[in-house]
Design a protein around this ligand. Structure first.
Ligand code: PDD
Length: 286
């Protein structure tokens, strides 16, 4: 089926959607994005993604392409037009183009480029990968210093994912100055003696929307959560580990750099958090 996508005010078949070759998203990675999951045909944590998008735009002095209400309408319309029951909505805003390549930003009244499309992912919630758990390698974090802004500069995270695949693993955790920052496209956690440990928010990591919800739900379930720097060796010695993201929810981690965690299967806290999160996400979806 040909997808219907959204480009700058128009709903078009994906084969007919066009963006200028001078677009700064294309030439300079001068663009930000959001990925919102869909369960039962409804959006998960739309509000959180909309707030973070606004923050990313503000940090880069980029104009808002439309109101939050309009964004919600576009998301909902695409989900409906493409018959998405479980999947993702990808949104990207770039600084647009004034018809040439220049390091200097185009004038502030240059319209931003707004693109949205859906990804159909039947079985996203009941993902067999979550029952198996993910195998992780650690690699050096050589990304830029403003990882709190959700830009489309994803070459190094893609390379990290490929390094993991090459090593027969699923994903990579990034390590800077001896401490784990996050995963290539997720936030990272380990569990030791019942306590969940994750890195505190800063410019060094993305402020995950799923992270926020999972931390709240963990505390509500009387689980102990500590935000502090941690090393890959601590994670390797953990009872269990997991990652969070809008696209994979809570994903158990069963191996780090060839070392099996616990008995090498998804741990009870990660499994429970996945269950609680999915339950809450479905209840609050809009
Ligand atoms: N990635 N850290 C990084 C570097 C990410 O790219 C992501 C999300 C997260 C988790 O954030 P959230 O819970 O808001 O999805 C953390 C998305 C899913 C992606 O790039 O596809």
């Amino acid at each position: 089926m040909t997808r219907t996508v959204y480009v700058n005010g128009e709903y078009l078949p994906e084969t007919e959607a066009k963006v200028s070759i001078f677009d700064r998203g294309f030439l300079m990675a001068d663009a930000v994005y959001e990925v919102t999951s869909v369960l039962d045909g409804k959006l998960i944590d739309f509000e959180g993604h909309a707030v973070r998008l606004k923050r990313s735009l503000d940090e880069l002095d980029m104009a808002e392409p439309c109101t939050k209400e309009e964004l919600l309408d576009i998301h909902r319309k695409l989900v409906e037009l493409n018959g998405i029951d479980e999947g993702l909505v990808y949104l990207q805003v770039s600084r647009g183009s004034d018809g040439d390549r220049d390091f200097v930003f185009p004038s502030a009244d240059t319209p931003p480029t707004l693109v949205l499309f859906t990804q159909n992912k039947p079985g996203l919630a009941d993902n067999p990968a979550a029952k198996k758990g993910a195998k992780i390698i650690s690699i050096e974090d050589i990304r830029w210093g403003r990882r709190d802004i959700k830009t489309v500069q994803l070459l190094y995270p893609s390379m990290g994912k490929m390094m993991a695949k090459k090593a027969g693993c699923d994903d990579a955790w990034l390590v800077e100055d001896g401490f784990v920052t996050e995963g290539t496209s997720n936030n990272a956690y380990f569990v030791k003696a019942g306590k969940i440990v994750t890195r505190p928010l800063s410019n060094n990591i993305l402020h995950g929307i799923t992270r926020k919800a999972v931390m709240r739900l963990a505390k509500e379930a009387q689980m102990e959560v500590e935000e502090r720097l941690f090393t890959i060796d601590e994670a390797k010695a953990a009872d269990e580990a997991f990652t969070t993201s809008a696209s994979a929810f809570v994903m158990p981690v069963v191996e780090i750099d060839g070392v099996a965690l616990g008995d090498g299967t998804p741990g009870p806290i990660a499994r429970r958090l996945r269950e609680i999160y999915l339950d809450e996400a479905r209840k609050t979806a809009i």
